[in-house]
Each structure stands twice: as structure tokens, then as C-alpha cells.
Design a protein around this ligand. Structure first.
Ligand SMILES: NC(=O)c1ccc[n+]([C@@H]2O[C@H](COP(=O)([O-])OP(=O)(O)OC[C@H]3O[C@@H](n4cnc5c(N)ncnc54)[C@H](O)[C@@H]3O)[C@@H](O)[C@H]2O)c1
Length: 367
């Protein structure tokens, strides 16, 4: 199969769909890989590395789109890329179609076979191509929080770990899923006092078994949240209700009860945020201060570390991509319900129930 990869053109997106190691894996499996020149530069991969891995370089994106059977990307195609769709093209990338009718209509009209990373679901219900981004956002949340606790950013001016003879910082994590657990790992590693709150008792038990005496686990109730926030130096918002809107656990009235200069990193902002005072910020201008509390609400946190993010993402996407390339999409779907779960559009038909429901479209099975 002819596999292609173009440079991402979305604002501030530096990840790339294929690393040189991925190229090597596709070529070893008997495929051809066409890379747009400079596609990997934002993630620290040079054209020379891709050529050494066996890729053919092409100097413009349109030629790559026209040439290939399967395009491997990171973000959804932008409107200027829609005219490059062709009948039967396999598009393998994040799509988020439930929130993007224009793109969905373009994929249907272009008769593209679109496989979305975010809906690929393993038998145990896990979303393997989404998890690495939550791991990164969770770990990064403590790193960013520690930075914005510095005085020059409006923070309290404290070091998370303290030093002998000074208090350690109190870190509060709202939601102990993938983001929360990874935030917890880094905060504990840095020597902070950590409280983690969740509604899922089984999850709290797992966290307790994992981190033992290093953390305090609490059931997420309004009174527990209010109590721990009063002493918090750094708060991480990492709650998710799959398919539902994020509950506003961090009420505006708590702000005035907190320590001035405390930092709130609302990782859940991409789903609306779990703070009443949260509003989306960008990497260019990541923080604002409200009632003395520093708010960091960047919706695409992994974009800050594109090299790690690219490697983590492609570690997850490569194996499914190889299965599709080896079998063709139809046979891959027959062999694997996991691949099938990723197919959102197929030759003009909408093949994901949730996306169809979100837009009131008819759902169809792949033939
Ligand atoms: N900003 C970014 O760049 C970025 C990157 C990755 C993920 N995210 C977002 O981070 C959020 C968390 O993602 P995740 O992968 O950790 O999800 P997850 O499903 O693994 O974890 C969510 C946790 O929230 C808990 N929860 C639900 N209701 C709660 C409540 N009322 N109080 C406390 N806990 C509650 C759940 O029990 C679960 O443990 C999501 O909104 C996700 O989209 C943002």
C-alpha cells in the first residue's frame, strides 16, 4: 500500500503522523511511504532521517494526498485540504466529527474511508490512541503548575517540594483517571503533599494501593472539595464523564477562600472545564488571574511537547495502521472489531453511531 504523511497545518500543531521508526516499520512490511518535506521538523525529525528510513520525500502536500492509498495524520484535515480527498482514500487521524459537521460532510462527499484515533476502542473499553495524550497532559499539568507557582507569574512563590525546614506544597487532584493518576505520579515524585478526589471508590482503592502513604484519597463531594481547596497550592482539574458535560466541581465562590497565588490547572477544559471560572487559553497566552488564583486552561496541552507527544501517539497508532495497510480496511475490519470501532465514514456512509446521533444522520454498517 502507498502510505502518506503531510505536515500538520493547524495553528501551533507541531506533531507529525509518522516518525522515522514508523516509516521503517511500514517499509519492512512491504509498503511505500511518501513524506511531505519538512513534515517532521516540528517534532525534531529531519528529512534526512526519513530518507534513511526509506521514505520518498515529496515537496508539496497536494502531491502526497493524490498519490497515496492511506494518509496518516495527527489532527483533522482543515477546509483547504478537503479538495484533496479522493474516492477510497483511507484517512487515519484524530477527527472528532461529533463536533465538526462541515468536516464530516466533506469526508462523506469525498467518499473517504475515515478512521478516527479517538474512537478506536479495545475490548476492555479502553481508548488506546487517546490515553497517551491524557498521560502527557497529566504529567505536564504538575510541571506547568510548578512553573506558574513562581512569583513572577502571579503565583504564591513556593517550591512544590519545599526544602528541609519549609512546608511542602499541597496538590489537590480532582478526578483520578488517566490524567489524575499521571499528575499524581509526578506530584508525589516531586515530594508534594497530594490529595486526590474521585467519585469512583474502586479507583480510589487502586490509587491508594499504588501510592500508599504518599497520598490522601477522598470521595469527591462538595464539602470535601471545599475543605481541601482552602489549603491547596496547586489544583488539577481532571474530571471526565464520558459523553457528558464536565461537572463544575470548582465553584467560583471557592476562589476567595483559597490562598492568593494558588494555581488551578484545568486540564478538563477541552470538555468545557471543571471550574466555574475557567475559560480556554492558548500556549501563546496560557494563564490569567481571577480573584488572586492563577488559571491555566490550555485545551491542547500535549502540543507543548510535540516530540514526546508524537512518539507517544505513534507508539499507539502504528500497530492499527500496520493492520489496515496489510489487510486493506475492509479485511482489517472483518478480522478486528477494534479497527472497526475506528471507522467513522466509509465511502459516503456514516459508520459511527455516536457521530450519526450527534448530527441526526442515518447510521450505516460497513458492507
Ligand atoms: N487539556 C488537554 O490538553 C487535555 C489532554 C488530555 C485529556 N484532557 C482531558 O482531561 C480530562 C480527563 O481525562 P482522562 O483521560 O483522565 O479521563 P478518565 O476517564 O481516565 O478519568 C476521569 C475521572 O474523573 C472521575 N470523575 C467523574 N466524575 C467525577 C466527580 N464528580 N468528581 C471527581 N471525579 C470524577 C472519573 O471517575 C474518572 O476516574 C478529560 O476532559 C480529557 O478530555 C485534556
Amino acid at each position: 500500500m502507498k502510505i502518506g504523511c503531510v505536515k500538520e497545518i493547524k495553528n501551533n500543531e507541531f506533531r507529525v503522523g509518522l516518525t522515522p521508526d514508523n516509516v521503517r516499520a511500514y517499509i519492512a512490511a512491504g509498503h511505500h511511504v511518501y513524506m511531505e518535506m519538512g513534515a517532521g521538523v516540528g517534532s525534531g525529525f529531519s528529512d534526512t532521517e526519513y530518507v534513511k528510513a526509506g521514505a520518498s520525500l515529496i515537496d508539496n502536500a497536494a502531491d502526497v494526498w493524490h498519490l497515496v492509498d492511506m494518509m496518516v495524520k495527527v489532527k483533522e484535515p482543515l477546509p483547504c485540504e478537503y479538495p484533496l480527498f479522493h474516492d477510497g482514500l483511507i484517512l487515519y487521524t484524530y477527527l472528532h466529527l461529533a463536533a465538526d459537521k462541515q468536516q464530516m460532510d466533506a469526508l462523506l462527499a469525498g467518499k473517504v474511508k475515515a478512521v478516527a484515533y479517538e474512537t478506536i476502542q479495545e475490548k476492555d473499553g479502553s481508548l488506546p490512541c487517546l490515553a497517551p495524550m491524557s498521560q502527557i497532559a497529566g504529567r505536564l499539568s504538575i510541571q506547568e503548575g510548578a512553573k506558574y507557582l513562581e512569583k513572577r507569574f502571579g503565583g504564591e512563590g513556593i517550591l512544590l517540594a519545599g526544602v528541609p525546614g519549609t512546608p511542602k506544597a499541597n496538590v489537590v487532584i480532582l478526578g483520578g483517571g488517566t490524567v489524575g493518576m499521571n499528575a499524581c505520579k509526578i506530584a508525589v515524585g516531586m515530594g508534594a503533599n497530594v490529595s486526590i478526589l474521585d467519585v469512583n471508590l474502586k479507583r480510589l482503592e487502586e490509587l491508594d494501593n499504588l501510592f500508599g502513604a504518599h497520598i490522601q484519597t477522598l470521595v469527591s463531594t462538595d464539602s470535601n472539595i471545599e475543605r481541601v481547596l482552602r489549603d491547596a497550592d496547586l489544583v488539577i482539574g481532571s474530571v471526565l464523564i464520558p459523553g457528558g458535560s464536565t461537572p463544575k466541581l470548582f465553584k467560583r465562590r471557592y476562589l476567595s477562600e483559597m490562598k492568593p497565588g494558588a494555581v488551578f490547572v484545568d486540564v478538563a477544559i477541552d470538555q468545557g472545564g471543571c471550574g466555574e471560572s475557567s475559560r480556554v487559553t492558548t500556549h501563546d497566552d496560557p494563564v490569567y488571574i481571577e480573584e488572586g488564583i492563577v488559571h491555566y486552561c490550555v485545551g491542547n496541552m500535549p502540543g507543548a511537547v510535540p516530540r514526546t507527544s508524537t512518539i507517544a501517539l505513534t507508539n499507539a497508532t502504528l500497530r492499527y495502521g500496520l493492520m489496515i495497510a496489510e489487510n486493506g480496511l475492509e479485511e482489517a475490519c472483518r478480522k478486528s472489531a477494534v479497527i472497526r470501532s475506528g471507522v467513522n465514514c466509509y465511502c459516503g456512509k456514516l459508520t459511527n453511531k455516536n457521530v450519526a446521533a450527534a448530527h441526526g444522520y442515518e447510521y450505516a454498517e460497513i458492507d
